[in-house]
Design a protein around this ligand. Structure first.
Ligand SMILES: NC(=O)c1ccc[n+]([C@@H]2O[C@H](COP(=O)([O-])OP(=O)(O)OC[C@H]3O[C@@H](n4cnc5c(N)ncnc54)[C@H](OP(=O)(O)O)[C@@H]3O)[C@@H](O)[C@H]2O)c1
Length: 262
């Protein structure tokens, strides 16, 4: 029987590339996102090269009712999930003092953290024994960068949520994995770069990784049962630095690497 994967934010970037790779592995797919047109285009694209079952549901991960609708549609077809990929996310680059209002201030926590927790809660009953939950956090969930306060907080929350969830689900034989990418050349990354303040831009950014390569690394490590998925050696180095060195030394190095506002 074909395995079934659900990918939130499967219409673009990393989520779309993960969906393509799973289609190549003969998974049936459910992709979600907020924009129906974008979703349909993504589903048609995958359908054009892969003869796999694919459904696209317009659903916002922060909206309980819209997630429940997707849950009921899967349940009605007696569908069971073998993979749940919680990838939908958003980023903005601003100093905390620059947020216009508290609604804007809550945006990243709402989409990246709350949306991930809510979708996990709603889809969990649909998971098969042996299923995998893959959460997409960020390297900025492992370290703090100026201009990304709410993003860093949301993605750190996703990592700790995944850690606790992994332990809760051990005896249910559902494995949990959390990916921490950085600088992946997606529409989100390009928009982030476009909109970031000058003090951030002046520090040259590294060449971004292609999303298809990121998806490939993430899935390979996930299928090798790695819990914390780090994509590049420089991030691995920083993580080891953070974990193994005294805080003062860690802060000294990170203050030299990351851009700092005046
Ligand atoms: N690109 C990077 O450099 C990078 C680095 C670290 C971590 N990440 C993380 O990787 C994940 C994917 O990012 P990406 O770069 O691939 O971005 P992307 O190309 O903009 O894709 C984001 C996807 O999420 C969907 N989405 C956003 N908000 C949603 C919501 N509330 N409910 C449902 N779907 C939603 C978007 O579709 P709609 O807009 O139509 O809803 C889209 O399909 C994010 O969690 C991001 O934080 C990315």
């Amino acid at each position: 029987m074909q395995k079934l994967a659900l990918i939130t934010g499967g219409s673009s970037g990393i989520g779309f590339e993960i969906a393509k790779k799973l289609a190549e592995k003969k998974y049936s797919l459910i992709i979600t996102g907020r924009n129906q047109e974008k979703l349909q285009k993504a589903a048609d694209n995958i359908g054009s090269f892969c003869n796999t079952y694919i459904e696209a549901f317009c659903s916002d991960t922060t909206d309980e009712k819209s997630l429940e609708k997707v849950f009921l549609q899967i349940k009605a077809k007696k569908g069971k999930l073998d993979m749940l990929i919680l990838n939908a996310g958003s980023v903005s680059t601003k100093l905390i003092s620059e947020y216009a209002n508290t609604k804007e201030l809550k945006r990243e926590i709402n989409i990246n953290l709350w949306g991930t927790i809510l979708a996990t809660y709603i889809f969990l009953p649909l998971l098969n024994k042996g299923a995998k939950i893959l959460l997409v956090s960020s390297a900025f969930g492992l370290m703090g960068a100026a201009g990304y306060t709410t993003y860093c907080a949301s993605k750190a929350g996703v990592i700790n949520f995944a850690d606790a969830l992994r332990r809760e689900l051990l005896k249910k034989e559902i494995s949990v994995h959390v990916a921490c990418p950085s600088d992946i050349d997606t529409p989100m990354y390009r928009e982030e770069y476009q909109n970031m303040p000058k003090w951030m831009k002046k520090d040259a950014r590294r060449a971004a990784m292609k999303p298809e390569k990121a998806a490939d690394i993430i899935l390979k490590k996930c299928f090798k049962n790695k819990f914390l998925i780090i994509l590049t050696f420089d991030i691995l180095f920083l993580v080891l630095l953070i974990k193994l060195t005294p805080i003062r030394f860690k802060n000294y190095i990170l203050d030299k690497i990351f851009p700092i506002p005046n």
